[in-house]
Design a protein around this ligand. Structure first.
Ligand SMILES: *Cc1c(COP(=O)(O)O)cnc(C)c1O
Length: 425
């Protein structure tokens, strides 16, 4: 099936006479006829038992997203932050490290550099422009993953996924890609060598600013057993898990070892699983995702061109624009467009940036992005406030920078709003 069809039909097939739309199973529990039946479930979780880690509505949406990304399985989480956290914790323990691109989302930078550090897991940063050799040189014993972001929030840099995959695989570790801004409509990182894909579903996947959520997708392509044989790492995928009846994930679950381990160890213990109703709403967003993405890309390109023509704007970051430093990578990884998000920098610095955002009328000032309604944010004073000057610079953010997120309004109305706000500056 093509992606438009997958968005409507994957994950749930109505039974004869059954509901046409995926039902909301709003129940924490599932009833069984015998104690013996429940005991068997604790050995092999083949049915739903408790909605802290699995639920039929969530399951349908997980299957749909796995299909969209070309993975063998997926697990929803209560936020994008929870998805990033669990994606790493499923690989790393205290004493381990992993590599991450320094221009990833600010919340991810904080999670990786502060909170994971407190848990004894070290993030080693690299620049997206580093060569494969430079990235390889950053590995240490116990480095267990490489992490990148397809289209970075908010600096709109394009990640060279194949380069990162080559470096990760040369060291027998998986590549994790945050595909939030691109969505599987614009880029499928697994096809370029990523092993694990995560999303903040709060953005385009939900698309309507209704609920916070995240997802982890397992490509099923990483060979944990072979990596363990070569290097001795990932023993917890191959050897018995004492917290789970001695199950050996690779032996019992084959290509789905990573995502089942994430569910059975981490989701069981942390319980950051969404409610069925949230999954139901996310599914509504997914159904129209391809149609919406096309319009976001069209509006984004038009608005980016418009900003570039303004004498008040110092620079525009939108990789689909001719002359953008990431245009070549965008042509390769994002041939159908670069979403509705634009990063721009005002010539007048912080003052001009704040004046411009305050003067917008149709476009709302929000701590949100990638929404159906146009919205705007000044990252240096908001989402990226906690970063140091060096971290801000690494993430490509300066005081005059604005993150403009084009919604699905008629583009002429968005442009008129921008023009009256620029006139106010
Ligand atoms: C928003 C965002 C996150 C965090 O997701 P939440 O759902 O807000 O927790 C992670 N990565 C990217 C690229 C994001 O834009």
């Amino acid at each position: 099936m093509n992606i438009e069809t997958q968005c409507l039909h994957e994950g749930y097939t109505p039974e004869n006479g059954g509901p046409g739309v995926v039902p909301i199973v709003q129940s924490t529990t599932y009833r069984f006829d015998s104690t013996e039946h429940i005991a068997r479930l604790f050995d092999m979780p083949t049915e739903y038992m408790y909605s802290r880690f699995a639920n039929p509505t969530c399951d349908a949406v997980e299957k749909k997203i796995a299909a969209l990304e070309g993975g063998v399985g997926a697990m929803l989480t209560t936020s994008g932050q929870a998805a990033s956290l669990l994606a790493i914790l499923n690989l790393c323990s205290a004493g381990d490290s992993f590599l991450a691109m320094n221009s990833v989302y600010g919340g991810t930078v904080n999670l990786f550099s502060v909170t994971l550090k407190r848990l004894g897991i070290e993030c080693i940063w690299f620049d997206g422009g580093d060569s494969e050799e430079e990235i390889l040189a950053k590995f240490r014993p116990g480095t267990k993953a490489v992490f990148g972001e397809t289209l970075t929030n908010p600096s709109m840099q394009v990640c060279d996924i194949e380069k990162l995959a080559r470096a990760a695989h040369a060291k027998n570790v998986p590549l994790i890609i945050d595909n939030t801004f691109a969505t599987p409509v614009l880029c499928r990182p697994i096809a370029w060598g990523a092993d694990i894909v995560i999303h903040s579903t709060s953005k385009y996947l939900d698309g309507h600013a209704l609920q916070i959520g995240g997802v982890i997708v397992d490509s099923g392509n990483f060979d944990w057993a072979s990596a363990y044989e070569k290097t001795g790492v990932f023993a917890d995928f191959v050897l018995p898990d004492e917290s789970y009846h001695g199950v050996k994930y690779t032996e019992a679950f084959g290509r789905a070892a990573y995502i089942i381990k994430a569910r059975m160890q981490l989701m069981r213990d942390f319980g950051c699983y969404p409610a069925a109703h949230s999954a139901f709403l996310l599914n509504l967003g997914l159904e129209t995702l391809p149609v919406r993405m096309r319009q976001y890309c069209a509006n984004g390109l038009r608005v980016a061109e418009h900003f570039r023509e303004s004498p008040l704007v110092a620079s525009v970051g939108y990789p689909a624009l001719p002359g953008d430093p990431y245009k070549t990578l965008a042509d390769k990884y994002l041939p159908d467009g670069c979403s509705g998000v634009i990063s721009l920098s005002m010539k007048g610095g912080k003052n001009a940036a704040m004046k411009f955002t305050d003067a917008l009328k149709l476009t709302s000032r929000e701590v949100h992005v990638a929404d159906i309604r146009s919205c705007v944010l000044h990252p240096a004073s908001a989402t990226h406030r906690q970063l140091t000057d060096e971290q801000l610079q690494a993430a490509g953010i300066d005081g005059g920078m604005i993150r403009f997120s084009c919604g699905l309004e008629n583009v002429e109305d968005i442009l008129a709003d921008i023009d009256q706000a620029l006139a106010a500056v």
